[in-house]
Every structure is written in structure tokens, then in C-alpha cells.
Design a protein around this ligand. Structure first.
Ligand code: MIC
Ligand code: SF4
Length: 643
């Protein structure tokens, strides 16, 4: 049996381990990316490692999340990132240049390379045939220093695409269909590899929409082949030399397989409050819409924006709708400005935002109370928009624009002929907003504003771990619940003591106080605990508050890695009934914790309040075990550098 594409790329980069699903492997990382909201922490950690210059082929730092400068904090962070990256050999993409994933796709991604990014949507690069993985900032810092990236070898799931999309049906509908089939936890432990004759009918930005939102499946990453379509895209980006053909072997084996008939797809939407609550637009019906937001790393390419402009041309956005549009990059915005499409958008009444994440991460444009908001984004978790009562639907740009002009959720097929838009032969290439690092050896002063506070470090694992259950939460708790992000909180990503005051407050406003009053303790969670973002703040804030372990039914991949990096025990219930029995404020004790964790067998957790015991599992690779024993990755690194 031949190799699939994912395995081919892994094999080329393999440092240790065997490609057996479930086993630990490590791979070399060619490129890294950071964005500002996770980047400050990643660079503080990189500095703590004491490595003078990055060792990757290319590392880029983007400013795209915290661009609303309501106080000095964000601008200070931008300065810190600009100076620290210049000093250590990292390219700096200035605010205004665009969303990290969109710009990386346009300007830096290379088929067949590995990319590690401190953002969960890094798999966008899979649209170009990269093995692009999202991780916590600390893992990215290690990769910048030349360290291998450790991960559990995923299964590879083939999604066979048959046929071709019908007019008005979009790449967004393809990934929404995959989400409908697999759910937000269906991709955990898997790489999703797209194959089949339908692949060649999709352009690179369309493929990137699909791999981007693979993050919502919980997948390790998603990948498309690199073929003539990829070549045409890179050529139009003036980067033909970066292309190589990458295909799976004709007889490639896969661990799983699903088939999607592109011809059979219809316009879809993910309903509030989860990306997998997918139904056809015609089934959901013509609900009245208050806001339409177009953009984000999922749907902000030139193609997407041109379709939107075509639909808006000569029309007026309905009075009940506020339409906001954020083109994904300076390249896209610049091209729209030059070809007149921007004028069509403005004339129709669109509110144009800068090329950044914006409303996707709650940086402005929070909807009105109970408002219905249609967004071309990738996440519609409750409260993420900045308005808890808002009803957010995830849709394609076509559905979004059509609904903006009709005022109700609209199946765009009602509008008649679909706009015919193609990628240009040549994109407008101008990298003047990417600053090259200072030459090696040149002195650069790193500027640190007063908002930058030291990050917390754990202690080595104690023999007896005890504390109260501080909170018990349900299934699918997201990192937006654990460490909310919005315009008011994002400026504090380099200030853990401040952020910790908001930890888990969407679930219980009492949590931070409870944790402090009780000297820390435990969190109890359901299935897929920690889904969503890569933000390690969702582990660092609990660490700061003294959380010693999380007992859950299962964990999302990146969050589990972040907990381990912070030395927090990720324990899973062997018996789901124990989850039902355990109560808030119960007193838990793990005796002989070091020995129990080391044994690799079940962990006995005593519930002193109920006078009972629970059998828990802790699934750790050898490397992760060392980290847990040392009290986190940084402690482990410090320890090994002393030896
Ligand atoms: C997100 O979409 O939630 C973010 C903001 O891009 C995060 C990163 C962060 O929390 O800063 C992500 O997806 O990793
Ligand atoms: Fe930015 Fe939203 Fe993409 Fe996250 S999902 S990187 S916030 S655009």
C-alpha cells in the first residue's frame, strides 16, 4: 500500500517515533507564525529560552488580532513584538497587512513544508499542501529555537470529493457539511486529507477555507494536494519557484474515509452556538437579520470579496442590517480598491473595516441584544461576538451578501445567475508592510511596556495533590469560556494576573475568587474540554489561580497540550458516571501522585467529601510525562540545560 500525502510530509520531517497512530512522534518545523494575541507570550517564552536567533527557514510575526487601540496596551504589545522579532531574526507583518493565515497563504506558505503557528487556524496553510499545525505559544517558541515539535501520530481520514460545486454553493458549504457529518469532536486525533476528482475544481483560497475550518473538527490539521491549481496560484503570487507537486500515492492507504458529492451540496449554515449545528438555509427559513459580517481567516480572500462586491453592486443594504466587511489582507483590499469593487461595496452601504480579525474575536462590532448575526467566520460560540444573547450563524460569503441585501437569511440561488469570479493571473504583490529582521549581531533594544507582566511557572509535581472541585462544567466547553477574549480583555494577553480575574467567568462569575479563597484546586469538565483556540492563557490563568488538575470526559488536542506545558494534570474519567456523581466543593486527594503518574496505569483520585474513589486515566507521551513531573515545559527545559 502506498503513502497518503500527510504521511509523506510527516515522513520527510520525522525526527523521532514511528508513524503509528496514537504513538508519539516528533517532526522538524520549517516555518512558524505567531499573531499578536498569542505572540507576546510566545516571545516572552522564547526570550526566557536564551536562544539568540531563530533556527527555522522562515518565522513571521503578525499583528492582526489586537488592532483596536482603546488604550496604550495593544500598541505597547505591537512595539514589543516588532522589536523582539527584529532582534531574533523574525519577519514582522505590520498592523494593516492582514490576517496571519491569509497573508501566510499568499506570501510565505510553501507546499510540503511544515508550519507551526500559535493560532488554531494555522491549518489554513493545508490549502497549499503544507502540513500546518496550530499549537500553544510555548511550542512555537521551542520550534523557533530549532526544537522538534512533539505530537501524537494522528490517523489520516480521507475526504473524497466527487463532482463539482453547483453555482452559489461554496467551499464554506463543503466544510460545513464535513462538520455536520463529523461534529466538533469528530476530527480529534486525525488529519483530514482531501482527495478525489473534486479537488481540482477548487481554487487554493477555497481549499484554504476548508482546511482553515478543519480546526472546528478538532483535527490536528487538514491538507490538500499540491497540483496545477496550486502552481497557478503561486505563479500569480509571483512565487512559482515555491511550487512542488505533492500527491498521495495512487494506492495510498487511509485510516478512515468519507465521501462528499459536491454536486449534491446546497447552501448551508451553522446555527447558534456551535459550528456543527449545520442545516440547509432553506430549512432554517427566512429569519430576519440584524448584522452581516464578512471576513476572517476563513473567508476573506480576493475571490470571496469579489463575489460579495458583485452581489452588492447597485443595491443597498437593507435598513435593518448592519453590514461590515474586513478584507483579509492588504493585498486583497488594495486590489479591490484598484478594480472598483471596493466602491461597489461602499456604495451599497457596507462598513469597511481594516484587514484584521476584528469582529471574529470580538474586537468591535458586537451585535445588539438578541440580534441575529450572519458571519462568514469559523466560530459561533456563545458570547464570542461580544454579545451573549446574540444568535450567530456561520455562512458563506454568498449567503452573507445575499442576506444583507434582502434583510433576511437568504438562499442565494434565489438571486438568479451566480457571479462569475476568477483568481487573477497576477495578484498585486507588494510586501512593503513586512519588515525584515535586523541583521545578525546588530543591537536592537526590545521595548517593553508596563502591561507586560511575568508569566506564572508551576512547581514540580507534588507527592500529594489535593484541593476542592472549584467548578463543574458541561460538554464542549471552549477556550472562549475558560479565558474569554474580547475588546476589553485582549489587551491583557501579556498580563496573566489581570486576565485570571476573568477565568471561566462565563460559566461562573465566582470562579476566580473561589480558586483564590481555596488556594487553587480542580476543574471538572465534560467531553471535548478546551475546544477552540490555541491560547495558552486558558492554561496559564488557571495555573496562576492554583489549578492543579482538570478532570474531564475528554480533552481538545491543543488545550490538553497547553495544560501539560503548564504542568496541570489532564485526567479523564474511566467511568462517565463518576462525572455525574462528583460535586462542586468536593475535596479531592491524589496520594502518591508522582508514583501513580509515572506508572502509566490508572490514577486513583479520592473524593474525601463523598468518601469514595474515582479511577482516572492520564494519557501522556514519554515527553509529556517528563513535563508533568517537572511542573511544565519551561521547568523541564531549565532542568535539562543544567545537566
Ligand atoms: C481565535 O480564533 O479564537 C483566536 C483568537 O485566533 C485564537 C488565538 C487566540 O486566542 O489568541 C485561536 O484560534 O487560536
Ligand atoms: Fe483571527 Fe478569527 Fe481567524 Fe482567529 S478565527 S485567527 S480571530 S480571523
Amino acid at each position: 500500500m502506498g503513502l497518503n500525502l500527510a504521511r509523506k510530509i510527516i515522513q520527510k520531517h520525522l525526527v523521532s517515533g514511528e508513524m503509528v497512530p496514537g504513538k508519539e512522534i516528533s517532526i522538524t518545523i520549517d516555518q512558524t507564525l505567531t499573531q499578536d494575541s498569542t505572540g507576546t507570550m510566545a516571545y516572552l517564552q522564547f526570550e526566557a529560552m536564551g536562544i539568540p536567533r531563530v533556527k527555522t527557514k522562515k518565522s513571521v510575526a503578525y499583528i492582526d488580532h489586537n488592532t483596536l487601540q482603546a488604550g496604550f496596551e495593544n500598541a505597547d504589545d505591537h512595539k514589543y513584538i516588532q522589536t523582539v522579532t527584529s532582534k531574533h531574526g523574525i519577519y514582522f507583518s505590520r498592523p494593516g497587512n492582514g490576517i496571519c493565515h491569509q497573508v501566510q497563504l499568499e506570501r510565505f506558505g510553501v507546499p510540503g513544508m511544515t508550519l507551526l503557528g500559535s493560532d488554531s487556524h494555522t491549518p489554513t496553510g493545508g490549502g497549499l499542501g503544507m502540513l500546518a499545525i496550530g499549537a500553544g505559544g510555548l511550542d512555537v517558541a521551542v520550534a523557533m529555537g530549532g526544537g522538534a515539535y512533539y505530537l501524537t501520530m494522528p490517523k489520516v481520514c480521507k475526504v473524497e470529493l466527487k463532482g463539482q460545486l453547483k453555482p452559489w454553493v461554496a467551499a464554506k458549504d463543503v466544510i460545513l457539511e464535513v462538520l455536520r457529518i463529523m461534529s466538533v469532536k469528530g476530527g480529534v486525533g486525525k488529519i483530514i486529507e482531501y482527495a478525489g476528482e473534486g479537488v481540482k475544481t477548487l481554487t487554493v483560497p477555497e481549499r484554504a477555507t476548508i482546511t482553515n475550518m478543519g480546526a472546528e473538527l478538532g483535527a490536528t490539521t487538514s491538507v490538500f494536494p499540491s497540483d496545477e491549481v496550486t502552481y497557478e496560484f503561486l505563479k500569480a503570487q509571483d512565487r512559482a519557484e515555491d511550487w512542488t507537486e505533492l500527491l498521495p500515492d495512487a494506492d495510498a492507504a487511509y485510516d478512515e474515509e468519507i465521501i462528499i458529492n459536491l454536486d449534491a451540496l446546497e447552501p448551508l449554515a451553522a446555527q447558534p452556538h456551535s459550528p456543527d449545528r449545520v442545516d440547509k438555509i432553506i430549512n432554517i427559513g427566512k429569519i430576519k437579520v440584524d448584522q452581516v459580517a464578512i471576513g476572517s481567516c476563513t473567508n476573506s480572500s480576493y475571490l470571496d470579496m469579489m463575489k460579495v462586491a458583485e452581489i452588492l453592486k447597485g443595491k443597498t443594504v437593507k435598513p435593518n442590517v448592519s453590514l461590515v466587511i474586513a478584507p483579509g489582507s492588504k493585498q486583497v483590499l488594495n486590489m479591490l480598491a484598484e478594480n472598483g469593487a471596493l466602491a461597489d461595496m461602499v456604495a451599497a452601504g457596507a462598513r469597511i473595516l481594516e484587514s484584521a480579525c476584528g469582529p471574529c474575536i470580538g474586537m468591535g462590532q458586537a451585535p445588539a441584544t438578541d440580534a441575529v448575526s450572519l458571519r462568514t467566520f469559523n466560530r459561533n460560540f456563545e458570547g464570542r461576538s461580544g454579545t451573549v444573547s446574540a444568535q450567530v450563524y456561520l455562512v458563506s460569503p454568498e449567503v452573507a451578501a445575499a442576506s444583507a441585501v434582502t434583510g433576511v437569511l437568504t438562499d442565494p440561488r434565489e438571486l438568479g445567475a451566480a457571479p462569475l469570479v476568477e483568481n487573477p493571473d497576477a495578484f498585486l504583490v507588494n510586501d512593503n508592510m513586512v519588515v525584515a529582521p535586523a541583521p545578525e549581531g546588530e543591537a536592537v533594544e526590545v521595548v517593553r511596556g508596563p502591561n507586560i507582566k511575568p508569566f506564572p511557572l508551576n512547581d514540580a509535581l507534588a507527592d500529594k495533590v489535593e484541593g476542592k472541585v472549584l467548578i463543574k462544567v458541561e460538554d464542549n466547553i471552549t477556550t472562549d469560556h475558560i479565558m474569554p477574549s474580547n475588546a476589553k480583555l485582549l489587551p491583557y494577553r501579556s498580563n496573566i494576573p489581570y486576565l485570571a480575574e476573568f477565568c471561566l467567568t462565563p460559566c461562573s462569575p465566582e470562579f476566580p475568587k473561589r480558586a483564590k479563597d481555596n488556594n487553587g484546586g480542580f476543574i471538572v469538565g465534560g467531553v471535548n474540554y478546551g475546544q477552540g483556540s490555541s491560547r495558552e492563557h486558558a492554561a496559564l490563568a488557571p495555573l496562576y489561580l492554583g489549578v492543579k488538575g482538570v478532570l474531564a470526559k475528554s480533552f481538545a488536542r491543543i488545550h490538553k497540550a497547553n495544560l501539560i506545558n503548564s504542568g496541570i494534570l489532564p485526567l479523564t474519567f474511566r467511568n462517565p458516571r463518576d462525572y455525574d456523581a462528583i460535586g462542586e466543593f468536593d475535596e479531592l486527594v491524589i496520594d502518591d501522585a508522582v508514583e501513580q503518574v509515572q506508572s502509566g496505569a490508572k490514577i486513583i483520585v479520592k473524593n474525601a467529601t463523598q468518601d469514595t474513589t474515582y479511577e482516572m486515566d492520564i494519557e501522556l507521551s514519554p515527553k509529556e510525562l517528563e513535563m508533568i513531573l517537572a511542573g511544565g515545559k519551561i521547568n523541564l527545559m531549565k532542568r535539562s540545560s543544567k545537566h
